[in-house]
Design a protein around this ligand. Structure first.
Ligand SMILES: [Cu+2]
Length: 304
C-alpha cells in the first residue's frame, strides 16, 4: 500500500516534469514564429498556397460609383510657393473629391475575400504581373491619384517634374519609406511584400500632393475613372466581398457579388455626399512645409 502510493507520486512528478518541458518547448516555438512574422518573411506561408491556374471560365465585375447629394465645389489650392508647380498649373484644384455629374472618380474597388468555387481565394497564390505599376509625379500631382498594385509587383516611382519631390510612403504593414527624388533622378523601385489597403502617400515638399496605393495579393482591383467606371477582370467564378474605398470616407462600402462562369457582372455603389469625413485638407493648411528628410527607421519594424 505504502510503496504503491510512493510509486504513484513519483509517476505524477515525472508526468508534471514532462508537461512543464512540453510547455517550455511550445513557448519556444511560438517565439520563433513571432520572430519570423516580425521579420516580414512570408515565404513559408506563401509556399503553402495553391498557385491559381486560369480555367478560361473567368468573368469580370464592372460598374459605376454614384455620388448622391450636393456635389462639393473643387477646392482651389495655391502652388505659389513653388514657381515650377505654379507655372504648370494655372488653376490647380484639390483632388480629394472628384465628381463628374453624379459619378465619383478615384474610388478603389477590390475583392476583399470570398470563394472561388469551394475554395477561399486567400488559399490561392496569384503571380504578380510582369509589367510594373507606375506612380508619376507630374505637374506637382501624383498620377494616378489612386493606384492598385499586386504584392511583389514592381512599383516604379517617377519624377517627371523640373522640381524636387519627396515620397513619404506611410505604410503600416509594408516597409515605410521617405525618399527625396530630384528632377531627372532615376525611378525609385519598390516591391511591396504584404497586402495593405490602402497606403497614403504624401510629398513633404508640396503638401497638397496626395496619392493612395492599394496593395493586394491578387489582381482583382480597379480604380474608377473620371466617369466613375471600374472593371475588375479575370475573376474566377465565385462569390466575393467587394469593397469600394474612397479617401473621403472612414469606411469602404461592401457588397457581396457572385460571378458566374464567363459572366460580366454589374455592380453599382453609391457614396452619400453628407457622409464624407470632416475636411482634412483645407485651403489654409495647403502651404509649403519646410523640406524634411526623415531617415528610414530600421526598415523592418520588429513588431507591429
Ligand atoms: Cu512634391
Amino acid at each position: 500500500m505504502h510503496s504503491k502510493r510512493a510509486r504513484f507520486l513519483v509517476a505524477l512528478f515525472a508526468a508534471l516534469c514532462l508537461l512543464a518541458f512540453a510547455v517550455a518547448c511550445s513557448r519556444g516555438n511560438d517565439d520563433e514564429e513571432d520572430a519570423a512574422d516580425g521579420g516580414g518573411d512570408d515565404s513559408a506561408e506563401v509556399a503553402n498556397l495553391t498557385p491559381y491556374k486560369p480555367t478560361g471560365q473567368e468573368g469580370s465585375i464592372a460598374g459605376t460609383i454614384n455620388f448622391t447629394g450636393a456635389v462639393p465645389a473643387p477646392k482651389d489650392i495655391s502652388m505659389g510657393a513653388d514657381p515650377v508647380c505654379a507655372s504648370t498649373n494655372p488653376d490647380p484644384h484639390a483632388e480629394d473629391i472628384v465628381v463628374n455629374g453624379d459619378k465619383l472618380a478615384n474610388v478603389f474597388v477590390y475583392i476583399k475575400d470570398g470563394k472561388a468555387g469551394d475554395k477561399n481565394i486567400s488559399g490561392y497564390k496569384f503571380d504578380p504581373p510582369a509589367e510594373p505599376a507606375t506612380l508619376d509625379q507630374h505637374g506637382c500631382h501624383y498620377v494616378p491619384h489612386v493606384l492598385g498594385v499586386q504584392v511583389n509587383q514592381t512599383l516604379n516611382i517617377v519624377n517627371s517634374d523640373q522640381t524636387p519631390h519627396n515620397i513619404n510612403f506611410d505604410a503600416k504593414l509594408n516597409d515605410k519609406f521617405n525618399q527625396g527624388q530630384g528632377p531627372g533622378a532615376a525611378p525609385i523601385t519598390k516591391q511591396l511584400k504584404r497586402p495593405e489597403t490602402v497606403v497614403p502617400v504624401k510629398c513633404n515638399q508640396h503638401p497638397w500632393m496626395r496619392a493612395y496605393v492599394g496593395v493586394l495579393p491578387h489582381s482583382f482591383y480597379s480604380v474608377t475613372d473620371k466617369d466613375g467606371h471600374f472593371e475588375i477582370k479575370g475573376v474566377p467564378p465565385g462569390t466575393y466581398t467587394v469593397v469600394a474605398w474612397h479617401e473621403k470616407y472612414t469606411q469602404g462600402i461592401t457588397q457581396t457579388v457572385t460571378v458566374g462562369a464567363g459572366e460580366k457582372k454589374e455592380a453599382t455603389f453609391s457614396f452619400a455626399g453628407d457622409q464624407m469625413k470632416a475636411e482634412s485638407v483645407e485651403g489654409g493648411a495647403l502651404q509649403l512645409m519646410p523640406a524634411l528628410e526623415v531617415p528610414m527607421l530600421g526598415g523592418h519594424a520588429g513588431h507591429h
